[in-house]
Design a protein around this ligand. Sequence first.
Ligand code: BTN
Length: 335
Amino acid sequence: MSREQILSLLRQEKGKFLSGEELSRRLGFTRAAVWKAVDVLRREGYEIEARSGLGYRLTAVPDVLTAREIQSFLEPTAAVGRELRCFAQLDSTNNYAKSLVQTAALDGTAVFADSQTAGRGRMDRAFQSPRGKGIYLSVMLRAPLPPDRLPPVTALAGVAVCTAVERLCGVRPGLKWPNDPVLGGKKLSGILTEVSLEAETGRLQALVVGIGVNVLQEPDDFSPEVREMATSLLQYCGKPVSRPRLAAALLEELDRAYAALQTGDLTAYREAYRRDCVNLGKTVQLIPFGDGERETAEAVDIDDGFGLLVRSADGDLRTIRSGEVSVRGLWGYAE
Ligand code: BTN
């Protein structure tokens, strides 16, 4: 399509002017066709300056999660993000990604939505997903991972979020066990991993890793209850962050994590997770699934399976593998 070719040439010039004549010559279009394509691109949100005698230059790209914008920042990946499906709105990107399992969609297909009407979190909570503000992404993974590599998936996804944010913003979030990236004591992102099993055999068919990152939300974009505990990159860093750029960094980091999961060498991820984990050395409250009693303990270490090693008041050591853990000083810690 002529628009794509013109945009790609303007991007290559990195903000310098390219004459209309040169564009027409290189692409074999008439000057009128170039002008028409530029006009459409402008209506799509691309800022293209036109100056007589100099030509056209690209001065700004829109903050949109389209395949075109994400791919313009994306380095080649082995699996994650090779296929992109981008939508203005979905109920939940996890639901859509799960619906791909029975289709010919590629391993690593990434699904983005600009807003979700029924974004889901862990423990059946809702994940607020306002339009144009966050990254709502699900990746469908088909590799036949052995059962012991499933618990680490979500921890590795957490490390991938932290690294992608650090690459773009220069600040590294912490990780509240098991997988909530946090900044300034508030929740920046949430991760929900779901498993699709073959009904007859119980064999793992695919994993869907769903990630929501709060990027451009102002406090008013969150409901009053969520506002107290959530933050966004805009709020924390004080300046807007490009969503397509961050989305591309996230896909690259998830691709690295997926490769590590397949080889089984998770050493670097264990080290990163231990460094990032904000629970260690702190008093935590253990909140079991269901109606069980809450208990206060000290978080001591992360074990090789990414479980949280805690010391109870009576000195007993044990490893927590499920449930919620709240940390004193972070949201949700009620004594
Ligand atoms: C949590 O905080 O408990 C997890 C939140 C996960 C939210 C993401 S947004 C993209 C994907 N689609 C969903 O419905 N949920 C995940």
